[in-house]
Design a protein around this ligand. Structure first.
Ligand code: SF4
Length: 454
């Protein structure tokens, strides 16, 4: 076994712990919270998400998920149409009818979420009462819960927060005198979850529960014996609901990059009495592999400037990883909401003087971005195409949520997500008219690689 010690995490004095934050409350360009259904329905394999919304919501969810027509997806939209809007139909009766038909057809469903959206008729519909009524009807075979994915008030990752917060009251209480348990909170790709489960086992930490679980019938108990680690930075309401049940949050940076993953694991190790030396021994092979891979990507990314528009709430942990482990320079780090206590360990690691902004006034922020002329911009889908047309290189924030990026094994993949568009840009040239053309290949060479869409 390696005797290497865990690399001490060096804070940059107080980093951005006390840094002023530019707060903007103007027009914003964000994706709606329904999007979370796409990764949540893959994670909780016996859950179904029924969006109560309009045709727009149905189109969004269908095209974002890219589901084939003959598949049996575990989400759908109950469309409130003109008849309902005119008051000719009783929406509650319609909803009960749709849910009954769905549950008869899909007996494997154990957990049904009624997901609210923006249309005014949906906002007026009391989905929490509908969920209670339907839960009583289908008890005990199906639990029915509700949350809002409305794009008026939420950013796209808040859909997951609202979903998990709605599930917390259903978590069972622990048995009396239950020993301390670790709960990892936030959706992780199964491959990442399995890697972390192996590391915790090697560290001798257990039992470890993941929330959300893969099966709705396997809800983890929660109570004062629970110590939880947030795996995602956008779970403010879920964390508050868990704390209200007596659980204690373990403060840590988020598990992005080698440094973030080490500090995140260290928070659990220390809470469960595992020594830093044991952590160093257990994690050494994976840390060394990831560090070596990142050194190669650092050569492509060091010195490049990045600008974050607010979208996923992953911006601050990503900025920390890109600046400290890859040497990138931060032009602006925008986030939709800044949860100071959940992000305290991240802020302490950001370089002093970083421009932090919270919320958005999109035109002003676009002006700042143009003035900064960053090498790469992280933004939502709505801004990416216009910025590309202006000659900027962009990265879709949503891709960072869909891709497994947490943990040591994924750190090089995460760096690659930023390196790839920059490498692609160097292969393209811009004509005087602004039209981009591919750099000609040497005579006789065949272009075998398709350019990635982003
Ligand atoms: S923004 Fe509102 S109306 Fe549009 S898809 Fe999202 S929930 Fe539906």
């Amino acid at each position: 076994m390696s005797t290497a010690t865990v690399i001490p995490i060096q804070a940059v004095s107080r980093g951005c712990s006390d840094a002023p934050v530019l707060k903007e409350r103007g027009q914003r360009e964000v994706f709606c919270g329904l999007t979370g259904i796409i990764w949540l329905h893959r994670k909780i394999q016996d859950a179904f998400f029924l969006v109560v919304g309009s045709r727009t919501c149905a189109h969004l969810i269908q095209s974002a998920a890219g589901v084939m027509i003959f598949a049996e997806p575990r989400f759908a939209t109950a469309i409130i149409d003109e008849r309902d809007l005119a008051g000719l139909a009783d929406c509650n009766e319609e909803l009960d009818r749709v849910v009954t038909r769905l549950i008869q057809r899909r007996p494997e469903i154990k957990l049904l979420f009624l997901v609210g959206s923006c249309p005014s008729e949906v906002i007026k519909l009391d989905l929490s009462r509908a969920a209670q009524r339907l839960s009583t009807s289908f008890n005990p075979s199906v639990r029915v819960l509700n949350y809002s994915g409305s794009g008026i008030e939420t950013t796209f990752t808040q859909g997951e927060d609202a979903c998990l917060a709605s599930l917390v009251p259903s978590l069972p209480a622990p048995t009396p005198h239950a020993p301390a348990e670790l709960m990892v909170v936030g959706t992780l790709a199964d491959v990442v979850e399995d890697q972390f489960a192996r590391v915790f086992k090697q560290l001798g930490i257990g039992p470890v529960r993941f929330f959300p679980p893969r099966q709705a019938t396997d809800l983890p108990p929660v109570g004062p014996h629970t110590r939880f680690l947030l795996a995602q930075p956008f779970l403010a309401d879920t964390a508050a609901a868990l704390e209200a049940r007596g659980a204690q949050r373990l403060a840590a940076p988020f598990p992005l990059g080698v440094e973030g993953t080490t500090a995140w694991l260290q928070a659990a190790a220390r809470a469960f009495g595992v020594s830093d030396q044991t952590l160093a021994d257990v994690t050494a092979p994976a840390r060394e592999r990831a560090t070596a891979a990142l050194a190669r990507q650092r050569a492509q990314l060091a010195g490049k400037t990045i600008f974050f528009f607010p979208d996923s709430q992953l911006e601050i942990p990503l900025a920390r990883f890109l600046s400290r482990e890859l040497g990138m320079s931060l032009a602006e780090v925008g986030t939709p909401y800044l949860h100071r206590s959940h992000l305290a360990d991240e802020l302490a690691l950001l370089p002093e003087g970083t421009l932090l902004s919270e919320g958005q006034d999109v035109e002003k922020q676009l002006d700042r971005c143009r003035a900064a002329q960053p090498d790469i911009v992280v933004c939502g889908l709505g801004l990416a195409n216009p910025l590309e047309a202006e000659g900027m290189t962009t990265k879709w924030a949503i891709e960072l949520v869909f891709t497994p990026i947490q943990g040591y094994e994924q750190a090089p993949d995460l760096a690659e997500l930023f390196a790839r568009p920059l490498v692609r840009r160097t292969r393209l040239s811009v004509s005087p008219t602004g039209a981009r053309t591919a750099t000609p290949l040497p005579a006789g060479a065949a272009r075998t690689e398709a350019l990635p869409c982003n």
